[in-house]
Each structure stands twice: as structure tokens, then as C-alpha cells.
Write a protein of this length. Structure first.
Length: 102
């Protein structure tokens, strides 16, 4: 049988829940800062594959490279803006196939 909660008991139940919630928050906060008594500080580790490290090196090199072809890019941009730049689709397809891009 379920016992009804008396109004005078409700305050005590609420206070215990608030206290438990605050204690749980303090424990969680101490875990992230490493101040919980009796435990070592927890750390996270990340392990990257060789491919990921290689990709990171490539991206770093690309970001550090200056744009040596800025003049050519600007010339192409002007041709595109003027509407007189035409792409030879057959030549592009042959080039992609020759380079192994399918």
C-alpha cells in the first residue's frame, strides 16, 4: 500500500533532494578539476592514426604555403567574370582519367 505524503514531510523530502543534487554537482565538478579526495586526476587521451597525422601535416603545409599562382587565378577570375572562359569538357575528362580520377 502506498503511504500518502503528509505536507509536513514534503519539505524534508524536498530538502534532501536538493542537498543530494548539490552534492552530486560538487562531486562532478571536482572530478573535472581533479580535487576529489582519494582519487587521481583523470585525463583524456586521443590516439591518431598514421593517416590522420599525415593528413594534419599536409593541411599544415597547405595553410602555410603562399599563393604563388595568384596572378593566374586573378586572370582566370577576370575571364569567368567577363563570360569568355570556356571549359573543354572532353579535355578535362581525358585529364581526369589519365590521372586515375574516376
Amino acid at each position: 500500500m502506498i503511504q500518502p505524503i503528509r505536507p509536513q514531510d514534503a519539505s524534508g523530502i524536498y530538502q534532501r533532494q536538493v542537498t543530494q543534487s548539490q552534492e552530486a554537482g560538487e562531486v562532478a565538478a571536482s572530478r573535472t578539476t581533479g580535487t576529489q579526495r582519494g582519487s587521481a586526476r583523470r585525463t583524456d587521451e586521443v590516439a591518431l592514426s598514421d593517416e590522420a597525422r599525415g593528413f594534419a601535416r599536409i593541411m599544415q603545409a597547405v595553410s602555410e604555403t603562399t599563393d604563388l599562382r595568384a596572378d593566374r587565378v586573378e586572370a582566370l577570375r577576370q575571364r569567368v567574370d567577363a563570360g569568355d572562359y570556356q571549359v573543354d569538357a572532353d579535355a578535362l575528362a581525358r585529364l581526369l582519367l589519365a590521372r586515375g580520377i574516376q
